[in-house]
Design a protein around this ligand. Structure first.
Ligand code: NAD
Length: 530
């Protein structure tokens, strides 16, 4: 057995040797920008006549990687290939698959800074954010490897006389793995590795905003020795290729993380049974958030302001867990606002290759336009622009960290996911009112409460309806194993990635019961046992 799981430590870039190594990785990756990458189906490298590029959001004309647009025929072939590979992969042992995943973790660790550097370029992650993403990917591999050994071992059953009962977890089949671009390594690697370590085979369709990082991960899988066809790499339009893979009768389940809109579409399409399909497709869908931090009258205001600003603007506010609403008790509203404004002013917006940059560009033109529209709407609906509000898409998609105060419950920017660096601040009459505002949303992913009153914290535990609740700390930064992650309501299926229940979503349980002697229990003999 491997030693107990421990989280991968984060890199301290204030240490000169660490900063030097990261700078070297950034230089190395810079020299590899603009290369072309194939599709990989059953180990075969395939190019198509239609291509698309992924760009550096902070330098919008710089191509990070050129990719193939898969056709619907190739998407179908990827599913068929995964289905063929499943026939042998499902028979490999749990320990064989876990060992493969531990090798993947080992290689990820060796190339840590290089992978982080790819994220600096492809999604404009500042260094510590990219480093956290890579560490989380390593954690998922280490954690799910250990979990597979646990699920692969003997499972507890009530014993009865005269029968030998065994429960085994077996894989499902072909999984469509559809990740977002915002944790382009961690979430993509997490859903992919949970799939194959449990004995399933995969069609991996990465986001078109972050395909290079997914390709780099795929290369690591190959280096670790994954057999051809167990994971297939399929790039192309989400709508065209995604629909084909989701609809295919040989697809057994879909593991999706992304927007509410696409998650619901997938859920609906997956419910339809197609000719030749022998199962109900399982859908694991983790979706958006409209996460709130409540600051009570008795909170430590410096702590609260720090938590709000870190949660609102870390990685440009492009986290499903990002704080997009601060709900502040009227008694401390103005002083808290001032502290939030002061901290927001200190954020350094810039090129993510520079270690001093604390916030960078948003992912693409569409997001840039969308976020700016929300800022305008926030002001038009009576919000007071406190900080930021400016933007510039000349070089890259830069939007200032923006705080809009005096937002009313029910306003557009209080209800809809913005997925950018925009914080709405609302005034609450008291703690009851604050909880009511916080819960008045379709979503239920993360939330936090700052208070020094144990009763208020206890009420939040009972009444704040979110999958991940944080008390007196920020609402981002979930750690594998420590904070199993997933949300309620329109935030998804609450799959709790990085938790002990997660692999069950990729498995089904088979029970075999063998009569072993003449003295069989009456309950079994009479057929009253289920
Ligand atoms: P998105 O929904 O636009 O895309 C997600 C993935 O779906 C991409 O790979 C995309 O190519 C694919 N896709 C698009 N159309 C498809 C279709 N018709 N069929 C199949 N696949 C299709 O989301 P995004 O912009 O990549 O990510 C941001 C969203 O993800 C935000 O809403 C954020 O809150 C959410 N998110 C949630 C979590 C969580 O754990 N709950 C984590 C990270 C991100």
């Amino acid at each position: 057995m491997p030693e107990a799981f421990r989280n991968e430590p984060l890199t301290d870039f204030s240490k000169p040797e660490n900063a030097r190594e990261m700078r070297a990785a950034i230089e190395k990756v810079q020299n590899q920008l603009g290369r072309e990458y194939p599709l990989i189906i059953g180990g075969e490298r395939i190019t198509t006549s239609n291509k698309f590029d992924s760009f550096n959001p902070a330098k919008r004309t710089v191509v990070v990687g050129r990719f193939q647009k898969a056709t619907p025929e190739l998407a179908s072939r990827a599913v068929e290939t995964a289905f063929a590979a499943f026939q042998s992969w499902k028979n490999t042992s749990a320990s064989h698959r876990a060992d493969l995943l531990f090798r993947v973790a080992h290689i990820l660790r060796q190339r840590k800074h290089e992978l982080s550097a790819w994220m600096v370029y492809e999604v404009a992650k500042p260094w510590p954010e990219a480093d956290g993403d890579t560490a989380e990917a390593i954690d998922f591999c280490e954690f799910y490897g250990r979990e597979m050994l646990r699920y692969g071992g003997p499972q507890p059953l009530t014993r009865i006389k005269g029968e030998e009962n065994v429960l085994e977890y077996i894989p499902l089949g072909v999984g469509a793995v559809i990740p977002p671009w915002n944790f382009p390594l961690a979430i993509m690697a997490g859903m992919t590795s949970a799939s194959f370590v449990t004995g399933n085979t995969v069609v991996l369709k990465p986001s078109s905003d972050s395909p290079t990082i997914a390709y780099k991960f795929f290369e690591i899988l190959e280096e670790a020795g994954i057999p051809p066809g167990v994971v297939n790499f399929l790039t192309g339009s989400g709508a065209e290729v995604g629909d084909v893979v989701v609809d295919h009768p040989k697809t057994r389940y879909v593991a999706f993380t992304g927007s509410r809109e696409i998650g619901l579409r997938i859920n609906e399409r997956a419910a339809k049974v197609h000719d030749g399909q022998n199962w109900i497709k399982r859908v694991v869908a983790e979706m958006g958030g409209k996460d709130a931090i409540i600051v009570a009258a008795d909170a430590d205001l410096d702590d609260a302001a720090m938590g709000v600003v870190q949660s609102a603007f870390g990685f440009q506010g492009q986290k499903c867990s990002a704080c997009s609403r601060a709900i502040v008790d009227a008694g401390i509203y103005e002083p808290l606002l001032q502290k939030v404004a002061d901290r927001t002013d200190k954020i350094r917006l810039g090129d993510p290759t520079d270690v001093a940059t604390t916030m960078s560009a948003v992912i693409n033109q569409k997001a840039f336009n969308n976020i700016n529209d929300y800022i305008e709407k926030g002001k038009a609906e009576g919000g007071r622009l406190l900080v930021g509000g400016g933007s510039d898409a000349e070089q890259g998609f830069f939007i200032e960290p923006t705080v809009i105060a005096d937002v009313k419950p029910g306003a557009t920017i209080e209800q809809e996911e913005i997925f950018g660096p925009v914080l709405a601040v609302l005034k609450a009459d008291n703690f009851d009112h604050a909880l009511k505002i916080a819960n008045d949303t379709q979503y239920g992913l993360t939330g936090a409460v700052y208070s020094t009153d144990a009763d208020k914290l206890e009420r939040a535990r009972r009444e704040f309806h979110v999958g991940n609740l944080y008390l007196n700390r920020k609402c981002t930064g979930a750690l594998v194993g420590v904070h199993p992650f997933g949300g309620f309501n329109m935030s998804g299926t609450d799959s709790k990635a990085g938790g002990h229940d997660y692999l069950l979503l990729f498995l089904q349980a088979k029970v075999s019961s063998e009569r072993t002697g003449a003295t069989v229990s009456r309950r079994v003999e009479q057929g009253t046992a289920v």
